[in-house]
Design a protein around this ligand. Sequence first.
Ligand SMILES: Nc1nc2c(ncn2[C@@H]2O[C@H](COP(=O)(O)OP(=O)(O)OP(=O)(O)O)[C@@H](O)[C@H]2O)c(=O)[nH]1
Ligand SMILES: [Mg+2]
Ligand SMILES: [Zn+2]
Length: 363
Amino acid sequence: MILKTIGWNNEWEKHFNLMKDELRNTGKEETEYIPGRIKTVFKDQYKILTENGEVDGITSGKMSYEFLYAAKYPTVGDWVILEENSHGPSRIHGILPRKGVFQRQEAGGSLEAQLIAANVDQCFIMQTYGNDFNLARMDRYITLAWNSGALPIVVLTKADLAKSEVIQEMFNRVNKSFPEIEVISVSALTGQGFEEFQKRLTPGKTHMVLGSSGVGKSTTLNRLLGKVAAKTKEVRESDQRGKHTTTHREMYLLDNGGMYIDTPGMRELALFRNEGMEESFQDVIKFGMQCRFKDCSHKDEPGCEVQNALEKGELSADRLKSYQKLLNEKKRERSREIRLQKKRSKEKIKKNKVHYKDFVRNG
Ligand SMILES: Nc1nc2c(ncn2[C@@H]2O[C@H](COP(=O)(O)OP(=O)(O)OP(=O)(O)O)[C@@H](O)[C@H]2O)c(=O)[nH]1
Ligand SMILES: [Mg+2]
Ligand SMILES: [Zn+2]
């Protein structure tokens, strides 16, 4: 496999070489490392595309030990540094710095971010006519795409089933709500609109589809590939809802050299909450960095530059108050996260049935 067709370029090469040198400096100088791109993830097993074809992978012991958070683990679309193993799964030693990452809050109210994919260039947001058409949801998907650095494009599907007036009406509503977003209409059944659609699929770039179950994300992929690569299933007669046919995310190589990440229809889409909030308090953070004490709470410590700025009128009291509110919120969230982690590791321990002494040490 030629790495360039799956998105490899000089920039990745640079990061790869840096990481390789670092790994060699910390121990085994002899080890051969190669780059690979994550195609799909099953629990802690990975399918990885490399110059030698597709290989199985697992994370290195060091990585599994150090990383508590899901966000630190490889996800679909990640470039990783691998130690190849011809006798079993290859070992992943690190993730090359991501260009961007799609993440959402885990379903069920937990606070951990769930990674959807990394290094996506373009995101097709699919909706179909009828009940599935929903501008508020579209808005959330568009935000998710922008936040990850990918370009969102709206794709209205199943054009063969809707009257042209209905499609026109949907077009107009999307254009009015999101004038900066491109919209196309396709039918994966008849191929209508596919010429237009294919123009947006760029060789070497990574495209991802998002949308409710049953809108035709996998059918579209199959049509592009000209074969059944992903399973599809008819929607429910009564309300046109899909049956959650696709159950995992997977990256497919298109004939033109572009990548297509097929995803399962999402039941719940909560954006990860604190995204970007740090940036909104650059002013406070800038003053805070000049405080005498590293752990200054900016209340009554001597040499506090935040208080100083407040006195000089360079910072408003309201700004500081909302910043402190945010910090408190973060602290609460952090302790919730820690509790969650503890609970998780306990569950893991139970599953593995370790000895009592290990339980005490970890618990
Ligand atoms: N008439 C028509 N049916 C379509 C079209 N695209 C998909 N379908 C049908 O819609 C149903 C659902 O399609 P899928 O491709 O499985 O939907 P999906 O978005 O992948 O759904 P999940 O994997 O559950 O998230 C299947 O029965 C498809 O044949 C289309 O353009 N026209
Ligand atoms: Mg599917
Ligand atoms: Zn301070």
